[in-house]
Ligand binder design. Structure first.
Ligand code: NAD
Ligand code: UD1
Length: 338
């Protein structure tokens, strides 16, 4: 396509998979990342997969001067804004750090975009913006009401985007609400490799399976779900990346702010995931039932009809692909580190 796409957070989990898909369709990618939760070796992996190199700036989105320099050096067509902090418990302990990074960072980015007359923006929002007492499945019209500072930062940026579009018709913004991205690129070269102790189910499963952790704690089996364990809408990270590719022409053509759920529409329980992972990869994942985790809901899954219809995007990969690809990546990084 030969557009210049600026990808903030492009060496992170979802960003790196999206960069691969952008390079594969011929776009030029300029990454801005402060490497606070990623490793620069991802850049080599991206080149190994695609045969192409993204341009990389080791830069923080809150650094106006550095960001201005990036925009002055490239004619940017669209910005995909992944850069953000995402650990819920940390956001409760350090709210100012989260508001500064996620909200102030987004404001500075949009101010610099405005300065350079760049008005196409795709923002990484989250299903976490929905309130806890909603009827499933969640549509884009379901009430919002995040229960932690991380979710509040996502909703704050959504509201800023809405106000910005009301004030100036030049802006074209898509707010993508991701459900639970998991899995890895089929090459096994890029995936999710959290620094420190992972918070989410999937990386914990792969780390238990490889022996890095003894066992998985299943947080509650007394929810009003089919088997009593929590139900979520897991989406393969490559499907999610492709959702951004489908959003690019939409955003270019449509002024204003537009919200899309990116999920599969299917809910799987914790036990469904453990069993699928064991079956597909022919191994066992030691686990014990423990008490519920504070702040968890019984079920959270999407109605993705709007994205299916308007973006002509569908999630094509299933739970088995997520388990197989996620495991291939975990083995690859473990061998590499050994
Ligand atoms: P990630 O941590 O792997 O990637 C985020 C990247 O942004 C990292 O490479 C990090 O170094 C970079 N970054 C953070 N703050 C920055 C800053 N101030 N300046 C420059 N770079 C910065 O996370 P991810 O899972 O790829 O998530 C990407 C985005 O999607 C985030 O905004 C996250 O909140 C959102 N999201 C993620 C999930 C999920 O489950 N992974 C779900 C919903 C929404
Ligand atoms: C979490 C975040 C949410 C964020 C989402 C995606 C919390 C409270 N919520 O949601 O804000 O948008 O990640 O990044 O942290 N589970 C276990 N054992 C574990 C880990 C998880 O049983 O060791 C269960 C959970 O109780 C849940 C399911 O697995 O039922 C999925 O958990 P997780 O991967 O953390 O995602 P979310 O709970 O959806």
């Amino acid at each position: 396509m030969d557009r210049n796409i600026l990808v903030t957070g492009g060496t992170g989990f979802i960003g790196s998979h999206t960069v691969v898909e952008l390079l594969e369709i011929g776009d030029n990618v300029i990454i801005v990342d402060n490497l606070s939760n990623s490793n620069p070796s991802v850049l080599e992996k991206i080149e190994m997969i695609t045969g192409r190199k993204p341009i990389f700036y080791h830069c923080d989105v809150t650094d106006r001067k550095a960001l201005t320099n990036v925009f002055a050096s490239h004619e940017i067509h669209t910005v995909i804004h992944f850069a953000g902090l995402k650990a819920v418990a940390e956001s409760v302990a350090e709210p100012l750090k989260y508001y500064h990074n996620n909200v102030v960072g987004s404001i500075i980015l949009m101010q610099v975009m405005e300065q350079f007359h760049v008005h196409n923006l795709i923002f990484s929002s989250s299903a976490t913006v929905y309130g806890g007492n909603n009827i499933m499945p969640l549509t884009e019209a379901s009430p919002t009401g995040p229960v932690n500072p991380y979710g509040m930062t996502k909703l704050a940026v959504e509201n800023i985007c809405r106000d910005l579009c009301s004030s100036d018709q030049n802006w074209h913004i898509a707010l993508l609400r991701y459900f639970n991205p998991v899995g890895a690129h089929v090459s096994g070269l890029i995936g999710e490799d959290p620094l420190g102790i992972p918070n989410n189910l999937f990386p914990i499963i792969t780390q238990v399976a490889i022996g890095k952790r003894d066992k998985l704690f299943v947080y509650g089996n007394d929810y009003p779900t089919q088997d009593g364990t929590g139900v979520r809408d897991y989406i393969h990270v490559v499907d999610l990346a492709l959702g951004h590719i489908k959003t690019l022409p939409f955003v270019e053509e449509n002024p204003g702010v537009h919200i899309f759920n990116l999920g599969t529409g299917k809910g799987y329980s914790v036990m469904d995931v453990i069993k699928a992972f064991e079956r597909v990869n022919d191994l066992t994942v030691p686990h014990v039932i423990s008490s519920r985790r504070a702040g968890d809901v019984a079920e959270c899954y999407s109605n993705p009809d709007k994205a299916n219809r308007i973006l002509r995007w569908n999630a094509n990969l299933g739970l088995e692909d997520m388990c197989r690809d996620g495991w291939r990546f975990q083995k690859q990084i473990t061998n590499h580190k050994a």
